[in-house]
Design a protein around this ligand. Structure first.
Ligand SMILES: C[S@@+](CC[C@H](N)C(=O)[O-])C[C@H]1O[C@@H](n2cnc3c(N)ncnc32)[C@H](O)[C@@H]1O
Length: 282
């Protein structure tokens, strides 16, 4: 039998093509099998690994070597310092979406009993984090993917905020009433339909990624419907190359302020729009 140290080194060779942290990923897979933490592993690195555990690890490494996402294998992902449940068929949380949550929190802290609608709840990271950060918040979270609604509701239960969030299957606001809402927040699909994606992203659902022939169609539709429903704030994540087109689109509305923000890599990544008054568009 080989030690944990030997095994993690040996299997990391198979992940060199799919990740820049192969050894770390093998450790994560091993810990997921053993249900232990990293401190335990480093204290027991020279202990022998059972054959049963090694065989299980071999299978998981083989799967990961096909570019299948690590988060789908271990069924969890970190977001905003918390561990969320993830599952195949629903988008894996991305770190840059934390900025969207931070921007929303700053505004919502200034509103009493804020009412928020999230379009495209996915795994629930945005709505659940806002429910944790804002004590008196009320949220309607919609998605067109039932798997996403089921997962988001599991995460809401995990963090005990299920009383603050109503999950509904709706194409934007089609099946809901958002009268008197303060904010619409969304990280919608915004990638151009014919774009080639990295191999690992191809394992994620296409309706969470592609926003239309140009890419920003859904973003614009969400903006139109936010204005039509007289919702004061719109906060969205967007593609790095969509600032100019969204700027042009938002310019047709009566706005008090529009701020575009960048992600951790300094790419344009989203906007915060405060509307002055309603102006109906189709
Ligand atoms: C990029 S994912 C974001 C998920 C999650 N909010 C996050 O930040 O990780 C976009 C989500 O929007 C959903 N979606 C796509 N089109 C939609 C529509 N027309 N109305 C509501 N939700 C939609 C997808 O199913 C997907 O879950």
């Amino acid at each position: 039998m080989a030690s944990y140290k030997q095994i993690t080194k040996q299997y990391s060779q198979q992940l060199r093509e799919v990740t820049h942290i192969p050894q770390k990923e093998v450790e994560i897979l091993l810990l997921n099998i053993l249900q232990q933490n990293i401190i335990w592993l480093h204290l027991n690195f020279m202990d022998e690994c059972e054959v049963k555990v090694e065989n299980e690890l071999k299978q998981l490494v083989k799967k990961r070597a096909t570019n299948y996402p690590l988060e789908y294998i271990i069924k969890k992902a970190s977001f905003y310092g918390e561990s969320f449940i993830v599952s195949e068929g629903v988008l894996i949380p991305r770190p840059e979406t934390e900025i969207l949550v931070e921007k929303a929190e700053a505004i919502l802290k200034t509103i009493q009993n804020p009412k928020v609608v999230e379009v495209g709840v996915g795994s629930g990271i945005v709505s659940v984090m806002l429910a944790l950060l804002i004590p008196d918040i009320e949220i309607i979270a919609v998605d067109i993917n039932d798997k996403a609604l089921e997962l988001a509701s599991k995460n809401a239960k995990k963090f005990q905020v299920e009383d603050k969030i109503t999950f509904i299957n709706s194409d934007i606001f089609t099946s809901i009433d958002v009268k008197n809402f303060d904010m619409c927040i969304s990280n919608p699909p915004y990638i151009q339909s014919n774009s080639k994606l990295p191999d690992n992203v191809n394992f994620e659902p296409s309706n969470a990624l592609y926003g239309g022939d140009i890419g920003d169609e859904l973003l614009k539709n969400i903006a139109n419907q936010t204005v039509n429903n007289n919702i004061k704030y719109l906060l969205c994540e967007m593609g790095y190359d969509q600032k100019a087109s969204m700027q042009r689109h938002l310019a047709q509305f009566d706005t008090k302020s529009i701020e575009f923000y960048k992600d951790y890599d300094k790419f344009d990544r989203g906007f915060i729009c405060e509307f002055k008054e309603n102006k109906n568009v189709n």
